[in-house]
Design a protein. Structure first.
Length: 256
């Protein structure tokens, strides 16, 4: 009997124990990898090809909306003297309100960087209106508020927009995390510089309309005398056209 016990004990060697530990370790490792994979890819469950085409339509719709609201924001800034949200001290006409570019001898024209922020704010506030998720009724779409960055150049205005969406359809989920870009050929940087030249000459020569600055510009410039106290300058750029419409920038000047 003693010999049999010795034989049983000899079969339970350290090597067998190590193999068992290794097997358990490998099983745990596989389970951990499966869990990590599910965590990493849970937001990117692939759609069927038909649904992927619909996702492309959503992207295209947002691209179109970014371009559209950039144009609308740029036009509004032009019509209102550089602002989307007009300050309280603005000149009111029978049809609209216009920000002052000069006021009683002071240059109050909005800076270029502030105009960029005005257009960016307009994009952020209107993009979710342009992009109507009801047009994609087969999906459950949620999104974060868009964030826009706008740059005004001499010959164009460009915008970069971060707009993140989560798209659900049945048991599938897709996170559309894309940076959208748009650029329109509106020469707002040059137009604003021309407006500032006119304003500064008017401040330096308050008794005269700044004829020399008007003649030296490459834009069509009109002066509308609304009263003895206020003039409205209208700069029209025939080279900045969207849908065959020339770009217009207006500002008011309070002279006394």
């Amino acid at each position: 009997m003693g010999n049999e016990n010795d034989t049983l004990e000899s079969n339970s060697t350290p090597a067998s124990k190590n193999s068992l530990i290794l097997l358990i370790f490998l099983i745990l490792l596989v389970l951990i990898l499966i869990i990590v994979s599910i965590y990493l890819f849970r937001d990117h469950i692939p759609f069927q090809s038909e649904t992927s085409q619909e996702i492309s339509l959503i992207r295209d719709n947002i691209d179109s909306c970014v371009n559209s609201v950039l144009i609308d924001g740029a036009r509004l800034v032009g019509l209102q003297g550089g602002y989307v949200s007009l300050p309280d001290n603005s000149f009111k006409t029978d049809f609209s309100s216009i920000a002052y570019g000069s006021y009683l001898g002071q240059n109050v024209l909005l800076s270029e960087s502030s105009m960029e922020k005005e257009i960016g704010s307009y994009i952020e506030n209107t993009l979710t209106i342009c992009f109507d998720k009801e047009n994609f009724a087969d999906f459950n779409i949620s999104y974060e508020n868009p964030r826009a960055s706008v740059s005004i150049h001499d010959s164009s205005i460009s915008a970069t927009v971060i707009f993140s969406l989560t798209v659900l359809k049945q048991d599938s989920k897709y996170v559309l995390n894309k940076k959208y870009s748009a650029e329109v050929p509106i020469r707002l940087g040059g137009i604003r510089s021309a407006a500032e030249d006119i304003i500064n000459e008017g401040i330096n020569n308050p008794q005269y309309i700044p004829i020399s600055s008007l003649l030296n510009q490459e834009y069509d410039i009109s002066i509308l005398p609304y009263s003895n106290e206020t003039l409205v300058y209208v700069l029209t750029d025939s080279q900045s056209k969207i849908n065959n419409a020339s770009y217009v920038f207006r500002f008011a000047s309070r002279i006394k």
